[in-house]
Structures are given as C-alpha cells and as structure tokens.
Ligand binder design. Structure first.
Ligand code: FE2
Length: 337
C-alpha cells in the first residue's frame, strides 16, 4: 500500500509480475497544495474501494496474500498513517508478515528490476525528492552515514546501501513546477500543464544553480514567478523547465563520469516528462551509457512499486516486527539498509 502524499495505491505482485496496481488521487482545492488532513481523509475513505479493485483485478482474496507491505516514509505524516494502519490491521487479521518500505527505494527498485538493469545511476525526480543516487555493497556498521539509522540498531555484516551523490539544496523538482503553476493560476495537475505550455514556448535565460553534483531551484522559481504577466506564459514555462532539467543533466553527467556507470535510470513522478527523458538520454550518448525509464504508471506514486520492493526485500532476508513499524516521514534513501 502506498499513501505518502496525494496517491492512495494498492499493488499486488507475484514474483516480478504485477497482478494489480489500483490507485486514487487526492486533488487539492484549486490554487492550493496538499492539505494533509484532507488528503489523509481521502485515503482513509478510498482504501476499501481501492483494495477491492486491486484484489478483483488480481483475481485473489485477502487470505491468499502472503506478505503485506506499506510505504513507511518519507512523506506526509497524516497520509503515511493510513497505509500503515490498514496494512498492520490486515497483517494481524490474516496472521501474515509485514514490511515497511522506503518510498524512494521502491521507485528505484521497480525501475531497475523492470528495466532489467544491473547497476544504474539513478536520477530520482519527484515532488519533494530530487537526488542522484548509486547503490553498492559495503562492509561494517550500518547507521554511520548521516542521521541515525531508521532501524535504530547497528550491525557489522556487509550490506547493500544507497549513496546520494547529489541532491537539491532547497526544493524538489516537482514542487518547483507545482509552486510555479499555482502562482501562475494553472489548473490541476500542475506539472502536466507546465509541460504542455512549455512545449509551445521559447527560451530566455533564468538563474541556473549547480554546485558540484548538487543543484538548487528557489532562485529559478523566484525569477520565473517575477516574469508572470510580463512575458508569454509559454516562454516562462519553457525556460523554467529547460533550465531546471539542464541543472539535473549537468549534475548527472558529472556523477556518471565520476562513477563510470554504464546505465542511467530516471524514476519518480517527474520522470514521466518526455523532454526531461530526451535530455538525459542525449547526455548518456557520448558516454556510451544506456538510458531507461519505465512507463508512467510505475513512475507516478503507486502501490505496485511497494509490493515489488517488499518481495525483493523479503527474498533478501528482511524481516520486521510489527510493533516497531511506525511511519517515518523523514526516512532518507541513504538510511535504508
Ligand atoms: Fe514518489
């Protein structure tokens, strides 16, 4: 089950096959962002319907589910509690195991698995998260990088973990487009509307901020908003998108050169943007790297990616006790072990 932000999703997987991927979206009131209490109410109300729909599509009953899983974080606290409470209830009722899955990890895992990639550089672009990530096997204690381990305990075995090579220094890429669209009074869904307008516009320079493999968007946002009403909206959208995507491409290329990876994956909600994927694909070509992106259904927030990742983690030997499984709204990808 997925419920980190505006999407309530229920996915059912068997091995690497997705049997169902049902979802409903909370739409904020016109001109506003997500209101946590209303989004959580929406998810709680729709949960039985989406669950029934997923079971119907998969052609199974709840009794046949072997493992329950939910998106434990990062995300909006009130929204996270819906999938956590529902999954815990179902796992208790049917006496089955349960896993709490990191939402960002799920985006990466399903992209790598479904594309058949082995060791990609991940360009993870969603509303709140924008990061350039690698993964690798490391020996030694867990929980020594950044903040304390989400698991709360250290161990000394070798383990797979993710490394954030570069990330936004302020806001996420999706939130950049979302905030701009609200300022420009666009209809929902904001990202699609900015993309539609951008396809008809021309370029003019806007602030561009890349520091090593990190990047920032607030100066770009302020400058774009200050142009509203002075220039053609299409031109502002076009320049905003081109500038933001170019920042990501420059930082990603630097990461690609540093790591020598041969595969690049775009994942997360903004990876549905065709122009962004075209730019990344062009960036990969001179380096002989293969570029891949999944269909939109699996890049938007969805339950299938949670189910898919839970099965991978289960096969890897991950086991969790239900009592300790509470939502973690600030769970970074580099705290996943
Ligand atoms: Fe997401």
């Amino acid at each position: 089950m997925e419920s980190t932000a505006h999407t309530l999703g229920v996915g059912i997987c068997e091995g690497k096959k997705v049997l169902a991927n049902a979802r409903r979206l909370y739409k904020p009131p016109s001109g506003e962002g997500i209101i946590p209490r209303l989004a959580a109410d929406h998810h709680a109300q729709k949960a039985p319907l989406v669950l029934e729909e997923a079971l119907g599509t998969a052609g199974i009953s709840l009794r046949e589910v072997d493992l329950f899983a939910f998106s434990r974080g990062p995300g909006i606290g009130q929204c996270l509690r819906v999938s956590c409470a529902t999954s815990k209830f179902l796992a208790s009722k049917f006496k089955k195991p349960i896993l709490g899955i990191n939402h960002c990890h799920a985006h990466l895992q399903i992209a790598k698995g479904m594309l058949g990639f082995h060791d990609p550089l991940y360009v993870y672009v969603s509303g709140a998260n924008t990061q350039i990530i690698t993964e690798g096997e490391v020996a030694g204690k867990t929980g020594t990088l950044g903040r304390a381990s989400a698991a709360g305990k250290a161990n000394t075995s070798s383990h797979q973990r993710f490394f954030v090579l570069g990330e936004t220094l302020d806001m996420g890429l999706g939130n950049l487009f979302d905030v701009f669209a609200r300022e420009a009074k666009f209809a929902y869904p904001h990202g699609s509307e900015v993309a539609r307008m951008a396809s008809k516009g021309s370029y003019f320079p806007l602030p561009y901020t890349v520091k090593g493999m990190n990047f920032a968007f607030t100066g770009l946002l302020s400058a774009a908003v200050s142009e509203v009403g002075k220039r053609k909206t299409e031109d502002i959208c076009h320049s905003l998108m081109e500038t933001a995507f170019a920042e990501l491409c420059e930082a990603s290329e630097r990461a690609l050169c540093l790591t020598g990876k041969r595969e690049v994956v775009a994942c997360g909600g903004v990876a549905q943007n065709k122009r962004f994927c075209d730019m990344l694909s062009q960036m990969c070509q001179p380096h002989g790297a293969k570029f891949g992106v999944l269909p939109a259904e699996y890049n938007a927030d969805n339950g299938a990616m949670i189910a898919y990742t839970a099965l991978c983690e289960w096969k890897r030997g991950k086991r969790e006790k239900m009592q300790g499984l509470s939502p973690n709204g600030y769970w970074r990808i580099d705290e996943v072990f």
